[in-house]
Design a protein around this ligand. Structure first.
Ligand SMILES: [Zn+2]
Length: 231
């Protein structure tokens, strides 16, 4: 009897999904992600048939920091800032996004949002080799991350040397995962937060590790101001 109800519940979920894809395919503004949605739906139907269960995915992000070139993964942290920072509260950013206007404009909006706080200033550059931060796009279903940031820093000074931000279009531009424009911008703000030395914060913060539901909060601005106060 219980499994019967689960079957009905999943059947309902599936019909909701099919509707989502249908409305998607009929909306010309966002049809670029349609193929992804169909692929995910097929995958989910397969999962449903074999296991009788539907698992709704949740995308988070990963953040790795490395002293110079050696890579290691940092664990989840509730600390607001690392001690890594750029020498000054400004960094040159190269947007390595040519064919994705949605993620390109979200990146620019995220930089502007940080710039409006007055705590940090991102300056866009066309010179890739002069850039301190590079923002790019990946299409990666093998990770659960909607965004990824890796940084290198000088272990003696604690100063950041380079940061690489990747926005994962597999999640961000896939209707199944429910990212609207605001959440895409929040994701870019979050990754830029890592790129300037912020760690995760499990409270109400743009650095909340999952879901990209918060934009930059007063506490985030204070954390950046504190990190970049002249020592
Ligand atoms: Zn993160």
């Amino acid at each position: 009897m219980r499994s019967f109800f689960r079957f009905i519940k999943n059947l309902l979920l599936l019909s909701l999904l099919a509707f989502g894809v249908w409305s998607y395919q009929n909306n010309p503004d966002i049809h670029t992600a349609t193929n992804d949605s169909v692929a995910v739906l097929k995958q989910k139907i397969g999962q449903f048939i074999t296991t009788g269960n539907l698992q709704l995915p949740q995308a988070g992000d990963t953040h790795t920091q490395s002293p110079n070139k050696t890579q290691f993964s940092s664990s989840e942290s509730v600390t607001k800032t690392s001690n890594r920072r750029w020498p000054n509260a400004t960094a040159k950013v190269y947007l390595n996004i040519q064919n994705n206007p949605v993620l390109r404009s979200a990146s620019i909006d995220a930089m502007n949002a940080w710039n409006r706080t007055g705590a940090f200033n991102f300056v866009q550059t066309d010179n890739k080799s002069a850039a301190q931060i590079i923002i790019g796009v990946v299409d990666d279903s093998d990770t659960s991350a909607a965004g990824e940031t890796s940084t290198t820093y000088n272990p003696v000074t604690g100063h950041l040397l380079r940061a690489k931000v990747n926005l994962n279009r597999y999640y961000l531009q896939n209707r199944w995962y429910g990212y609207n424009q605001n959440r895409i911008i929040n994701t870019a703000e979050h990754e830029l937060g890592h790129a300037i030395g912020l760690d995760h914060n499990n409270g109400v913060s743009v650095m909340y590790p999952k879901g990209s539901v918060y934009t930059i909060q007063p506490g985030d601005i204070k954390a950046v101001q504190k990190l970049y106060k002249e020592k």
